[in-house]
Design a protein around this ligand. Structure first.
Ligand code: ADP
Length: 304
């Protein structure tokens, strides 16, 4: 396993406020890594530090074996960054924007042309390559932003909320492109996101809250640890059902004739249903979700 990003005791103070408090984690090469947290948790601060845009107050960061304090120039060459706000020139075409960008890394015209071609192919921008960036739709702009981050063939792609503000269909298609970059091209992807369905598809998730790591693990591990499966019982005999649940010493809540019973796992619903069947008219077994896990970890909804 190659740790392409290694962060040890990272700290960032803004005057008296400590936005990031001695956090440590690593990212494995070639993985899709999600960095989640409620607003103000310290996500942008962390990503800005890793991308060399922001100085830090303490700790160590190594990117692809390079010390961030001493080798920020070299690190910039191996990372691609997609910001929340677009930074391409509205008046230039996609091709012109990408060519300018590629020209920062090499003066070889063939190399530049090939790099632009590859980035455009990967992001499926071929048909609109000669359209001005300012005339593109939101989703096309996002693709062009990603293409810009890819022209120098980075090893790691940082994406700060890449799909925020896009309609659901466009979001899905951009998300598919990001997934492909990782699965087909073997790129390491580090992203912050507001969408739990995206985090749920990543290889590893870190949740930060108040500048500290509140939880980490694969989506499956986080679901198991921080959310529970439940069975909803629709009562035909409310008093009888309440008594039966009490007798089985089950943890439940009740409102409007509906009882929600927490389960250690989905299969545990079977004995509960068998024991309660005389007092119910129906039931529903629900598996814990990443949304539940996030609320379990931070006490908040991700998109609050
Ligand atoms: P997130 O990206 O998770 O929303 P941020 O990293 O932007 O969180 O912010 C973390 C904390 O640091 C917040 O309390 C925020 O107000 C504060 N903060 C962020 N940038 C600055 C800054 N330039 N100066 C002072 N405080 C800042």
């Amino acid at each position: 396993m190659n740790k392409i990003i290694e962060v040890t005791n990272l700290r960032k103070n803004y005057d008296s406020l400590t936005a990031v408090k001695d956090i440590s984690f690593y990212v494995e090469q070639g993985k899709l890594f999600s960095y989640l947290g409620p607003n103000g948790a310290g996500k942008s601060t962390t990503i800005d530090i890793l991308c060399t845009f922001l100085d830090f107050s303490g700790g160590e960061v190594y990117i692809d074996g390079l010390d961030l304090r001493r080798h920020s120039q070299a690190i910039r060459k191996i990372i691609g960054v997609v910001f929340q706000d677009s930074i391409l020139d509205d008046l230039l075409t996609v091709r012109e924007n990408l060519t300018l960008r590629a020209g920062l890394y090499t003066s070889d015209k063939t190399e530049i042309r090939n790099a632009v071609y590859e980035a455009v192919q990967t992001t499926e921008l071929g048909e609109i390559i000669d359209r001005p960036y300012g005339k593109l739709s939101g989703g096309q702009r996002r693709r062009a932003d990603i293409a810009r981050a890819l022209v120098h063939k980075p090893k790691i792609l940082f994406l700060d909320e890449p799909t925020t503000g896009l309609d659901p269909q466009t979001r899905k298609s951009i998300w598919n492109t990001i997934k492909q970059l990782q699965s087909k091209n073997g790129m390491t992807v580090f992203l912050t996101t507001h969408y739990m369905e995206e985090a749920a598809e990543s290889d590893y998730v870190i949740v930060i809250d108040h500048g500290e790591i509140a939880a980490k693990g694969t989506p499956a591990e986080l679901k198991t640890r921080y959310s529970s499966d439940t069975v909803r019982l629709f009562a035909s005999d409310e008093a009888g059902l309440r008594q039966l649940l009490h007798d089985q010493k089950l943890d439940f809540t009740m409102s409007a004739g509906e009882f929600v019973v927490k389960l250690p796992d989905t299969m545990s619903a079977i004995p509960v249903l068998e024991n309660c069947q005389t007092c119910i008219s129906g039931f529903q077994v629900l598996q814990g979700t990443m949304d539940d896990a996030f609320i379990g970890i931070t006490g908040k909804e991700l998109r609050e």
